[in-house]
Design a protein around this ligand. Structure first.
Ligand SMILES: Nc1ncnc2c1ncn2[C@@H]1O[C@H](COP(=O)(O)OP(=O)(O)OP(=O)(O)O)[C@@H](O)[C@H]1O
Length: 207
């Protein structure tokens, strides 16, 4: 599903991650590591949001050679999402659904499942942190992704929403969608088995 080749990410002269070669099979992965280990940096690199050295290939696609195709199938929900406060949740959901070519009714269904539909018409500036998180998870699941990156998805989520998210992850995974989920919290029972990936000493160790 994903191959890293001579991957290296530095900020200035400080190397944060160095992965000479790693191949990951399709699946659901739990990305772990101490604070500052590089989990968000890895996710942003895979999502194509920050530059890096080397190559990351997802299902034969590479951000440099196939940017449009790659970003259509690699979805990302960041740990601490920020959106322009003057937009409504509905504006963002419609924009994502159109640009990700979401199947008809999918966005509405995700919003209802995650309970976002009740405040979709309000401006994002009025959202609590949990409401913003739920919206970001809906946006991260929209479309026909082959890989979904969820950075700390459980932060600020209430227990009910945590269970619903885990159900959705299971449904997507049953259809062959891969996930990389970073979380300091354990996932609740009911989640399918996840392969653990540890970031240690600037590289990924598989469990
Ligand atoms: N834009 C940046 N410029 C410089 N250094 C950065 C930048 N972003 C992150 N770093 C550094 O990169 C390292 C990895 O940060 P990152 O946010 O990826 O860690 P993390 O594993 O997600 O941490 P946490 O569990 O605390 O969220 C840290 O040392 C951090 O200070």
């Amino acid at each position: 599903m994903m191959v890293f080749e001579q991957f290296r990410k530095s900020y200035g002269k400080t190397e944060i991650l160095g992965i000479p070669h790693l191949q990951l099979q399709p699946g659901v992965y739990w990305l772990r590591g101490d604070n500052g280990a590089g989990k968000s940096t890895l996710m942003r690199s895979i999502a194509g949001m920050i530059p890096y050295e080397g190559n990351i290939t997802v299902n034969e696609m590479n951000i440099r050679r196939n940017r449009l195709a790659y970003t259509s199938v690699v979805n990302y929900a960041e740990a601490e999402p920020l959106y322009p406060g003057f937009l409504t949740g509905s504006d963002l959901v419609q924009f994502y659904a159109a640009s990700k070519r979401a199947p008809a009714g999918q966005a509405q269904s995700l919003c209802e499942q995650m309970g976002v539909h009740t405040f979709m018409g309000n401006r994002v500036a009025t959202y609590s942190s949990g409401m913003t998180k739920k919206l970001s998870l809906v946006l991260g699941l929209i479309g026909n992704p082959q890989l979904v990156l969820l950075d700390e998805p459980l932060i600020t989520l209430d227990t009910t929403s945590t269970g619903i998210l885990q159900q959705i992850v299971n449904e997507y995974a049953d259809r062959g969608v891969s996930f990389i989920i970073s979380s300091h919290q354990d996932m609740v029972p009911g989640t399918r088995p996840m392969t653990q990936l540890y970031i240690k000493n600037k590289t990924i160790e598989t469990a």
